[in-house]
Design a protein around this ligand. Sequence first.
Ligand SMILES: C[S@@+](CC[C@H](N)C(=O)[O-])C[C@H]1O[C@@H](n2cnc3c(N)ncnc32)[C@H](O)[C@@H]1O
Length: 193
Amino acid sequence: MSPVYCALVHHPVVDRGGEEVSTSVTNLDVHDIARSARTYGLRGYFVVSPIEAQYPVVQRILDHWREGSGKNRFPERAEALSIVEISSSVDDAITRVEAREGQPPRLVATSAQSGVGRTSYELEAARLIREPQPTLLLFGTGHGLSESLLRRADTVLEPIQGPTDYNHLSVRAAAAITLDRLLGRNSRPKDPI
Ligand SMILES: C[S@@+](CC[C@H](N)C(=O)[O-])C[C@H]1O[C@@H](n2cnc3c(N)ncnc32)[C@H](O)[C@@H]1O
């Protein structure tokens, strides 16, 4: 089984006009994705931002829930937030995974857009069961991961699609659905491919 990590990328991502930008970290993304990551057994959740001015904000959220009154009142939240790390770049997150696991992770990116060569969840779920190489799942903020990051990824998953043409999931919802499709007990492939 591949040890799985995820990263919420605040740079490089694109804005509405397709320009490469850095976005701000939000409290809810730190919290909710940590809870999903812990539920699905991820080894770590990197909040990736090059903006050092954001670090104290994230650290305050982590400290509040990992220590003191937050931890006493909601110990399960402390447990989820214990896997969160602030990271300056995707490369920094890759280096940390490699240091821990002994080999660099495969980069598996997500996108709301369809495109050539997207991989199905079934194939990726089967690979996670089969392969020992670690995996770093990349989720975007703003209007999604930059083209450069999508090109760099080893795999880009097909977009999650509902029965309507409305295609505006929050990254928190998309992350939870992705983790369930790849790692959920009742989503596991019956006959690994
Ligand atoms: C607000 S969305 C950005 C939507 C953007 N238009 C895109 O192409 O990814 C931010 C992130 O949520 C995730 N996401 C949102 N909708 C998704 C979908 N339908 N399928 C897969 N991931 C999705 C992706 O990680 C995306 O980078």
